[in-house]
Design a protein around this ligand. Structure first.
Ligand code: TYD
Length: 207
């Protein structure tokens, strides 16, 4: 069972993934928490350089590195965990490439689709939780914290808007897979909604 979390930077998806992880572990499930970019030693090492502000990376290089990270992640972590019957919670996955490299950077969607197909070897999320919130809110949240901003978080508000637009478009094209949650509610309210949806999914699969 693969459940992915998506949303613009500042939408709160990582907080929600952590809460769901705790909930499922408490219920006794075998759960793996992972992320992209990252998830493997190779991916985590690249992530560090990759998110560094000010580093010059072309759109095509960016896309190809994300895909290399994903290929390794699928082979080393996601596929073996799924084969062992574990629940995999992944912070960002294939949809992020359409939203960020497609929407944000203007890379052709057909190329992204071909590469995603190549690297995932047919693995598709059973459920994708999209934390949706207005680009302005996410943008402000990122700038009000103490943490320094990474290369993507430093982008203009228009970039955030394009990313959000693509995520919403993807969710409309595949409503069965996507669960869209309004990310401007309270952390606990959002968590409750996600819990209900995931309980239903597990029930549907007899888990
Ligand atoms: P993110 O999950 O936002 O990390 P954190 O919450 O710790 O800041 O991921 C880092 C960035 O990587 C994010 O801004 C989006 C970007 N990204 C892409 O542009 N394309 C992709 O395919 C993936 C997986 C991530």
């Amino acid at each position: 069972m693969l459940i992915t979390f998506e949303g613009v930077d500042g939408s709160g998806k990582t907080t929600q993934l952590d809460l769901l992880y705790g909930y499922l572990i408490n219920k006794g499930y075998d759960v793996v928490k992972t992320r992209e970019p990252g998830g493997t030693r190779f991916g985590e090492a690249l992530r560090e350089i990759f998110l560094e502000p000010g580093i010059n990376i072309s759109s095509l290089s960016e896309l190809l590195v994300f895909m290399a990270i994903r290929a390794q992640h699928i082979e080393e972590v996601i596929n073996p965990s799924l084969k062992e019957g574990k629940i995999v919670l992944c912070d960002r996955f294939t949809d992020a490439s359409y939203a960020y490299q497609g929407g944000g950077r203007g890379v052709d969607f057909g190329i992204i689709e071909t590469l995603n197909r190549l690297v995932t070897k047919g693995v598709r999320p059973n459920l994708t939780i999209l934390l949706d919130c207005k680009a302005e809110i996410a943008f402000k949240r990122k700038r009000s914290g103490e943490c320094s901003l990474d290369r993507f978080e430093q982008e203009r508000i228009d970039f955030y808007k394009q990313v959000r637009t693509v995520y919403l478009k993807l969710s409309k094209e595949d409503p069965k897979r996507f669960f869209v949650v309004n990310g401007s509610g309270t952390v606990e309210d959002i968590h409750k909604k996600i819990r209900v949806r995931v309980d239903r999914l597990l029930n549907d699969y007899g888990l």
